[in-house]
Write a protein that binds this ligand. Structure first.
Ligand code: PHE
Length: 340
């Protein structure tokens, strides 16, 4: 009987080792340990044994059963593991698949400059407002006190859509819109496109950009204007930059001035770029808001005064980024734009 048991054990283990799937595992269990299984039938014959043999054989049979069970459960785990791996392999999705990549863009130097200027003025207490690029002749000229015969109104200088509607020639009509819709005190800037009939060259374009500023309050003086511009220029270009106010004429401001700043190349020493003067010319126009303009907008010039200024953003962008041709700003050539 001992021999039979050993043989059963050897065979069972060999059978388990040669298994190839989970289903046949169950067949093996039945073959040896089922009701009619080989081991079971040996155990059934225990009654035929002598009293002395019984415990010895019984112990041996138990051990063998445990061993076979152990082998079976190990094999079961192995198969389950294998099945799991196969399933994972089958369900795997290749997320590394290559697609056409899209490059992330960045701000155009002009837009970056506008944001920088706006942020600077916001830090000085200004609000940012917007105005339309298509304007009425009334807001673009009349309300701004520009006389009927002013050269800037000329057909050859301005893009008219109808007799009364045009592409704005400057951002100053935003002053009128702000004063008509907002009550003083007010402190605004507004940036955007402006249009003038101009032949294209490296510093001229029929479409360009301006930033307008307007401050209206009681007791606003020319000193406030000069101080505001001076602080702004120093913040934008550096502490050592100086400003110079030259008398000028604009119909909508009185007195009016044009502002020069220290030459960007030599910072005021005098160099070929500034013809030895040390100044960069005409960076912006400004002045005290004309009483007639205040009246046109329903603001009492006896009570309120204010200043306004307007500057070319394209020029500032060119200076800031070292660009020597305004056309480069509008051609949308990526080889150019990628540099910034
Ligand atoms: N609008 C003027 C221009 O385009 C600039 C300016 C704005 C001057 C505000 C004075 C005050 O030249």
């Amino acid at each position: 009987m001992k021999d039979r048991l050993s043989k059963i054990k050897e065979e069972a283990i060999a059978d388990i080792k040669s298994l190839s799937n989970l289903e046949s595992l169950e067949n093996i269990r039945i073959k040896y340990m089922g009701k009619k299984g080989e081991l079971t039938s040996v155990l059934r014959e225990m009654g035929k044994l002598t009293k002395e043999e019984r415990p010895v054989i019984g112990q041996m049979a138990n051990e063998i059963r445990q061993e076979i069970e152990q082998e079976l459960s190990e094999a079961r785990e192995r198969f389950k593991e294998k099945l799991k791996e196969e399933r994972i392999e089958k369900e795997k999705i290749d997320i590394t698949i290559t697609k056409k990549t899209r490059k992330l863009g960045h701000r155009h130097p002009l837009v970056a400059t506008i944001e920088e200027l706006e942020n600077l003025f916001i830090s000085m207490g200004f609000s940012v407002v917007e105005g339309p690029e298509i304007e009425t002749v009334e807001y673009n000229f009349d309300a701004l006190n520009s006389p009927e015969n002013h050269p800037s109104r000329d057909l050859s200088d301005t893009f008219y859509i109808t007799e009364d509607i045009l592409l704005r020639t400057h951002t100053s009509p935003v002053q009128i819109r702000a004063m008509k819709t907002m009550k003083p005190p007010l402190k605004i800037v507004s940036a955007g496109r402006t249009f003038r009939f101009d032949d294209v060259d490296d510093t001229h374009s029929p479409m360009f950009h301006q930033l307008e500023g307007l401050v209206i309050d009681e007791k606003v003086t020319m000193a406030n204007l000069m101080d505001t511009i001076d602080i702004f220029i120093k913040q934008l270009f550096g502490k050592d930059m100086k400003t110079r106010f030259r008398p000028h004429h604009f119909p909508f401001t009185e007195p009016s001035a044009e502002v020069d700043v220290s030459c960007f190349s030599c910072k005021g020493e005098g160099c070929p770029t500034c013809d030895g003067t040390g100044w960069s010319m005409e960076l912006l126009g400004c002045g005290m808001v004309h009483p007639k303009v205040l009246e046109n907008c329903g603001i009492d010039p006896e009570k309120y005064s204010g200043f306004a200024f307007g500057m070319g953003i394209d020029r500032i962008t060119m200076v800031k980024y070292g660009i020597n041709d305004i056309r480069l700003l509008f051609e949308n050539d990526n080889r150019f734009l990628e540099q910034f």
